[in-house]
Design a binder for this molecule. Structure first.
Ligand code: ACO
Length: 447
């Protein structure tokens, strides 16, 4: 063993039990030994940099494509234990929140860290309710889309366009300005989403109604025809609100990572939410709910399920069972359990969706098949949510929009936390360059 190098950090490395919270590492290239402090179960990647082979060496880095084992931030918002199937917002288990709260209460909790008291809740609800209208010129932006434009494409572009309507939003360091944009975004997402749907079916836009709750209002903007009265079914309103609660945040997933990454450049929140929503749009992320429905329709009947499972297994990753598998959950997704239960309540009102039987059979076979068991692939949040959206009358293409609406509160809570975190800077990963070294330029005629 060589000499012991002190780390440059001054972290306390002795735990309460007297054991040292530290990692001793020997760099066999130089024979030097280093002691790295361990804090919150992590070592600092920057502590590796001191490990050099010589003065010209850049220093050691960690390599972690797709962030399989790298924490990019500390957070106090959402806790997940993927092995135990635990999900908590600000310490409250997801099933308790889904049972007892409305989506707006949960949005407040995510943003402020505590559940609102009556007065705080009324004030927050009022702020959201009175920001649901969108600028008439923004409506014209939406009019410009082709009749068959994908609702997520419309949502992403329209949210990005909002930054041009609220130039003060660029002042991300002013907490009051931030609050205003947070209220606007949470309030206007349902309006923009409903307008995107109405545009795609050639129906006139239905303006928000301040007498309605968040979820009632959204369903009404989606489905009310101007000629008729529309009263959304309370069971369906509650189901939608619970779906919104379940989708509100999920710590550092792909979309939230995009939100924090874009926000770290001090970009305005509209542009950052548009970027986060773009990540969500992908079929491996929030776009999976749309893909699940397409898959169930393609399978068509229970008798075709074994052949489909066989194709997935033989495809070895090429063809996936959409709505199955998760980067973090390796036991079960607690959200999927709640949604599966809720689907039954919804189908009592709307009639049973025949695709449910195909989904149940897929799940039954997959949960006992060695391929899926070995890889710890379980139904995720998207496996059953699409069936409920379909039962609510929402077209398949609009499913991911229904994910983006509630996730907006999570994105904004994470964005605020990032801006207030003194340890955060502009996000800028390193790379391992494996390309050409310097070479001589060859003029075109000689190439
Ligand atoms: N169907 C079939 N095989 C799968 C599936 C699936 N749904 N998911 C993963 N696998 C296999 C992979 O082929 C791989 O097999 P191998 O070890 O033989 O190569 C193994 O399981 C591990 O898969 P990875 O892709 O390494 O897992 P990762 O954690 O990177 O991916 C993901 C997680 C993207 C969710 C993946 O499971 C998937 O593509 N699922 C389908 C899409 C989906 O439902 N996405 C929604 C996720 S929830 C959300 O984002 C809201």
């Amino acid at each position: 063993m060589g000499t012991l190098e002190a780390t440059k950090t001054d972290e306390k490395t002795t735990s309460a039990t007297g054991t040292r919270d530290a990692l001793t590492v020997t760099d066999h290239r130089t024979g030097k030994t280093y002691e790295l402090p361990i804090k919150n179960g992590t070592i600092r990647a920057m502590d590796l940099r001191q490990m050099k082979t010589g003065p010209d060496d850049f220093g050691l880095m960690s390599y972690d494509p797709a962030f399989l084992n790298t924490a990019s931030c500390t957070s106090r918002i959402t806790y997940i234990d993927g092995d135990k199937g635990i999900l908590r917002y600000r310490g409250y288990p997801i099933d308790v929140l889904a049972e007892n709260c409305t989506y707006l209460e949960v949005a407040y909790l995510l943003l402020h860290g505590e559940l609102p008291n009556k007065q705080e809740f009324e004030q927050f609800t009022r702020e959201i309710t009175y920001h649901t209208m969108i600028h008439e010129s923004l409506k014209k932006v939406m009019d410009a889309f082709n009749y068959d434009a994908h609702p997520m494409g419309m949502l992403i572009s329209t949210v990005a366009a909002m930054s041009t309507f609220y130039p003060e939003a660029h002042n991300v360091h002013d907490a009051k300005v931030r609050q205003k944009q947070i209220h606007r975004l949470i309030a206007k997402m349902p309006t923009i989403s409903a307008f995107a749907y109405r545009h795609s079916v050639g129906m006139p836009y239905m303006y928000p109604n301040n007498a309605l709750t968040y979820s009632e209002n959204f369903l009404t903007m989606l489905f009310r025809t101007p000629a008729e009265k529309y009263v959304p079914n309370p069971t369906l309103v509650r189901a939608l609100d619970v779906l919104f609660i379940l989708h509100a945040d999920h710590e550092q997933n792909c979309g939230t990572h995009a939100m924090r990454g874009i926000g770290s450049a001090h970009t305005d929140p509209y542009s950052a939410v548009a970027g986060a929503a773009s990540a969500l749009y992908g079929p491996l992320h929030g776009g999976a709910n749309e893909e699940v429905l397409k898959m169930l329709q393609e399978i068509g009947s229970i008798s075709n399920v074994p052949a489909f499972i066989k194709e997935v297994k033989e495809g070895r990753g090429e063809k996936r069972l959409m709505g199955f598998g998760h980067r973090v959950y390796k036991n079960f997704d607690p959200r999927a359990k709640i949604i599966k239960r809720m689907a039954e309540e919804v189908f009592e009102v709307t009639g049973r969706n025949p695709l449910l039987d195909i989904a149940l059979e897929l799940e039954r076979i997959a949960l006992q098949d060695e391929y899926f068991v070995k890889r710890k692939l379980y139904p995720n949040v998207d496996f059953y949510s699409g069936l409920i959206y379909e039962a609510l009358g929402i077209p398949t293409k609009a499913f991911t929009v229904l994910f983006a609406i509630p996730r907006t509160s999570g994105w904004l809570a994470q964005w605020q936390e990032m801006l207030e975190d003194p340890e955060q800077k502009i996000a800028r990963p390193r790379q391992v360059y494996l390309g050409q070294g310097e070479r001589a330029f060859v003029p075109m005629e000689r190439r």
